[in-house]
Design a protein around this ligand. Structure first.
Ligand SMILES: Nc1ncnc2c1ncn2[C@@H]1O[C@H](COP(=O)(O)OP(=O)(O)OP(=O)(O)O)[C@@H](O)[C@H]1O
Length: 312
């Protein structure tokens, strides 16, 4: 008998038309992005392109000026704890561990969204609470095994080497049992061996059925890892496609090198400003003979007319 397995792809994350303005600055402009089950998607772009701002819009830290974010078909409220409850977990660019807590305690903190025991149960330490506590402990240890830090469960997190602190952050995020994990520069500050191990870890996370969206500046890491890569430039999505497609796109290289190219995001605005500046310079350099009667002062302090440029 032959068995047939079918894999259904579902959309885990759908961001549509996400725009974020800070006063006059548009940090993210009308960005659409989807992440499907079983996918690792990369988000790259030069410094200041809007990647972290976009992440913050996805996780409820920022309320997007426009656009919406859905997780498994449900529009998310812009509240971080509700986003975590829904099933999205994240790590931050700057490590945010509880330095004076143990490795295990840090992971246990990440489990609080999945612990249903209430305050009284916790205070009275009844059987329900004890059962929940034991289950949380077991799950946290399982996650520490998964990332290879079980043997350091009782170490203070501040005493871990940098690469292990980054891994611990990932374990803490996984403790909320997410369906989507957002990683913001997971290899920042890692040596090449640690980066390689981080790559393996992200593949293993994906193999556990968790979709991953990752921001990273290390291009080798991104292109090895991702099924799809989206490129943000000046807040706009410039290209999206496989690693091969993105690497072959000359506009991506140009954006990283800061070389202007036709149709570049923000290019119209830059061209407008440059044209206005050129016009102003030309106007300043040319004596204005169209405005008779206007007066000015030359370098010698002599009053002049605009039309003739002669002394009165
Ligand atoms: N809270 C804020 N208030 C005002 N401007 C902000 C705020 N957060 C980000 N910005 C601006 O938005 C733009 C995008 O910043 P963002 O940090 O999202 O870029 P990035 O692509 O993550 O950069 P990097 O790769 O350097 O981390 C920048 O011009 C930044 O100065």
């Amino acid at each position: 008998m032959t068995t047939m397995t079918t894999t259904t792809t579902t959309t885990v994350l759908e961001a549509s038309g996400v725009t974020m303005r800070f006063g006059g600055l548009t940090a993210v402009r009308s960005v659409d992005l989807t992440v499907n089950t079983g996918e690792i998607v990369g988000l790259i772009g030069p410094n200041g392109a809007g990647k972290t701002t976009f992440f913050n819009c996805l996780t409820g830290l920022y309320v997007p000026t426009e656009g919406k974010v859905s997780y498994k078909g449900t529009v998310l409220p812009a509240k971080p704890h509700l986003v975590t409850d829904a099933g999205i977990a994240r790590t931050f660019q700057n490590i945010r561990l509880f330095a004076n807590m143990t490795v295990l305690e840090n992971v246990l903190v990440g489990r609080h969204t999945r612990t249903k025991e209430g305050l009284w149960s916790a205070l009275l330490r009844g059987p329900g609470f004890k059962r929940a506590e034991a289950a949380s402990h077991a799950r946290a240890m399982e996650l520490l095994e998964f990332i290879g830090l079980a043997h350091k469960a009782d170490h203070l997190s501040r005493n871990l080497p940098y690469g292990e602190q980054r891994k611990l952050e990932i374990a803490r995020a996984l403790a909320s049992e997410p369906g989507l994990l957002l990683l913001d520069e997971p290899t920042a500050g890692m040596n090449p061996q640690e980066t390689r191990a981080a790559e393996e870890l992200v593949f293993a996370i994906r193999d556990q059925g968790i979709a991953v969206l990752v921001i990273e500046h290390d291009m080798r890491f991104i292109f090895n890892l991702c099924d799809r890569v989206a490129v943000l430039v000046q807040g706009e999505k410039l290209v999206e496609g496989s690693s091969e497609v993105v690497q072959a796109d000359e506009r991506v290289v140009a954006a990283y090198l800061g070389t202007p190219f036709e149709g570049a995001p923000g290019a119209a605005e830059v061209a407008e400003v440059e044209a206005a500046e050129a016009e102003a310079e030309a106007a300043a350099a040319t004596p204005d003979d169209t405005a008779p009667g206007t007066t000015g002062t030359d370098n010698s302090g002599t009053s002049t007319t605009g039309s003739e440029g002669k002394s009165l």
